[in-house]
Design a protein around this ligand. Sequence first.
Ligand code: TXA
Ligand code: MG
Length: 338
Amino acid sequence: MVTEKLYLGEKTEQSINTAAEIIKNGGVVAMPTETVYGLAASAFCDSAIKKVFTAKGRPQDNPLIVHIADINELTVIAKDISEKALMCAKKFWPGPFTMVVNKTNKVCESVSCGLNTVAVRMPNNQTAINLIKACGLPLAAPSANSSGSPSPTTAQHVINDLDGKIDAVLMGERCEVGVESTVVSFCGENPVLLRPGAVTFEQLKEIVPNITVDPAVFKSPEANQKVLSPGMKYKHYSPLCQLVLVEGGSEDFCRYVNQKGGFAVCFNEDTEHLTGEYQVYGKNENDSSLAYSLFHVLRELDEKGIKEGYVHAPQKNGVGLAVYNRLIRACAYRVVKL
Ligand code: TXA
Ligand code: MG
């Protein structure tokens, strides 16, 4: 692993080419995407993929998402793609949508941790697309955070977590979506939503009406339960701050937190009724604003040294479902229903 710091400005061709050279030589580079920053490596290079796992401290059985720049590259890494999967790809790419399909032998074993499937997406970020094209390779990229901590939505978050452990950071803007892509498996009889994101369940249902939701989206997977998405079973998105997720209306939430005398992570509209300290993470009626700020705010709590807090839970629909899904994990499944 490289010890010298290499921060590359995102917009220049030279930065992209330098990053591409590093990746083609088996290195790992953090790159911006519209969802969260990713830690990219060649999907065809086993030793590079191992570096990704090591840098993140990622469990060995949690597979990576492969990123492509053109829908035509799909058949290089995936096979037996159903009509439904293709319809979704055409509708939602480039964008925060990942599909799990059968893999070809080209994809390293270590990318999919021995499964015969692969998760694929085409990001909606010009820097990421330019990098994939300059590499001429599909890029495996998990979120560029230390495993377990909140996903990185700025280049600084990546540096805070992984500096000294990766070969370079391609610097970009703050990610506009703020939570990771929607993951849907097309490997069973019906499509299954494994991880909610900014492409919503409601949007997916319009194209694949028989889609179901993996129970792990809403709760902790039971011990011994077969997990469709290995990522769901691990400790995730956790700040050091001990959080409790509180479900209920604004008045009830504020009364509860005021009584407890605790720190609130809340909606804009809650602030006038809170008597103690708080941090706003968006507007309840604008679930995209909650997604945009979620991981940012979780990291800020630790920077400010907040030890405990109560988070106001969003609605479990639209993009709110993605925020809820990350929050139950960030709160280690401590949920209070008022
Ligand atoms: O938005 C995103 O998806 C970001 C950016 C960088 O693209 N990437 C991301 O990767 O969130 P990661 O590794 O943090 O999450 C990948 C998720 C995990 O929950 C993993 O278990 C699941 O996708 N996954 C990957 N391959 C899979 C497979 N073959 N079958 C089932 N789940 C899979
Ligand atoms: Mg991740």
